[in-house]
Design a protein. Sequence first.
Length: 284
Amino acid sequence: MDDIEQHSKTDRQSFFSRLLGMNKPESQSDLDEVISDAGDREIIDEHTEDMLHGVFDVSRLRISDIMIPRAEIVTIDADVTLSKAAEVIARYNHSRYPVISGDKDHVVGLLLAKDLIPHMTGGEDEKHIRDLMRPPIIVPETKRVAAMLYEFQAKRYHLALAVDEFGGISGLVTIEDILELIVGDINDEYDDEVEAQDISPVPGSDEYIVKGQTSIEEFEEFFKTSFPEVGADTIAGLVLHSLGHFPKPEEQLTLGQFHVKVLKATKLQILFLAVKKLPEQAEA
């Protein structure tokens, strides 16, 4: 065995010995230091280092730290027809939707997209949403992420709604959100499709999903339209100019010939927009 191989083996043994407690680390920060040191010396690769740190995040964080905020939760009203519910599902492509009665503080159930599909094949609404929905899972936003992950595994569900100290819905957490802390972003087929192109038609609808960073020139060419010069290069910039403030998800506006709704945005960036061309009368 040459010196380089022997040195590598010694480093790995040292790392795992320290990690398993032979040097008796006294805190999580000690363990973080061991892992970071192993990454710096290339004993473990970057992905493994991120995963190990992610495991510590799961034990340290609370649901409020990772949840989807209330404003971004897509819901379905308990009194709409199955056809209307199907339109929401086609637009957002989520697999699960909280069902509300009146507002987001009154969640009465959870609708799975797969539960709705069998009842839409005949073209008629054969049942009511309340017949198809499942009981909602409600948890406090202060619950530990590790405890939430264990509950997801033990009870075999995938989504929970978080409430604040006053009992109001403050956010939503999924098992995917927790797993992404450990393994990084998990994209489904829909994410890949949207990321592959700046402007994507919504199946069964006259709407389009448009990336915020789509250039105005590309948008104008795609829709055969034109906008006045306002000093913006992207559709997100045009929305910001039109509104005069940074929008929240679900905020809506009219841009020339189009009705625009903000689908997804962070505090610093507009990510996705729903765009629909207005009828000629509305445009006028």
